[in-house]
Design a protein around this ligand. Sequence first.
Ligand code: PCA
Length: 218
Amino acid sequence: MRDPTPRVLLTGFAPFGGEVVNPSWDAVSQLDGGTIAGHRIVARQLPVAFGASLACLRELLDATTPNLVLCVGQAGGRGEVSIERVAINIDDARIADNAGAAPVDTPIVADGPAAYFTTLPIKSMLAALRDAGIPAGISQSAGTYVCNHVFYGLMHALHERPHIRGGFIHVPYSPEQAAHHPGAPSLPLGTVARALRIALHGALTTHEDQRIAAGSEH
Ligand code: PCA
């Protein structure tokens, strides 16, 4: 019989762009099999490829039947845990993905809406992270590469399944990666893993988001 414990699907990405690690995967894999707010965490890796990433995510959604989905990716150059507000319907690759594809100005879903908002309580998650002493912020753009592609595809899939909440978090380089990118900020993997636990706990225990100003002018 299937385990009746409700589940969270938590994804990280494979390394890309010449990196040998991806802190998103290194952090989410630390949470695999654990329990947060009564939910079993199922952590899986997605490929950094426009085509294969969403095919993989759809299979995982069917196989896991989660209550909540959080996808996590690396954002080299960002200095804080970055909770994404919105996914936009465009692919515009600055570098080729791991399968060699580099789409330019291509819609992710033909005739899909221009954007989807996350259905996670991002302000409550932000407050929980800041209260725990972890640098965090709300981001108004997940970029136009594979992370935004996965985030948009996730929210498009969940549009038909409104009982499943979904969202995306970008994380900085690990210190070991930043050592090869002079001047780039970083966060230790243990801090990122703790941040994801706190963010998920906040998401799973909040049903009405807080109203906290966390916007930006750019
Ligand atoms: N970061 C990339 C794709 C995979 C990842 O970890 C991005 O921000 O699009």
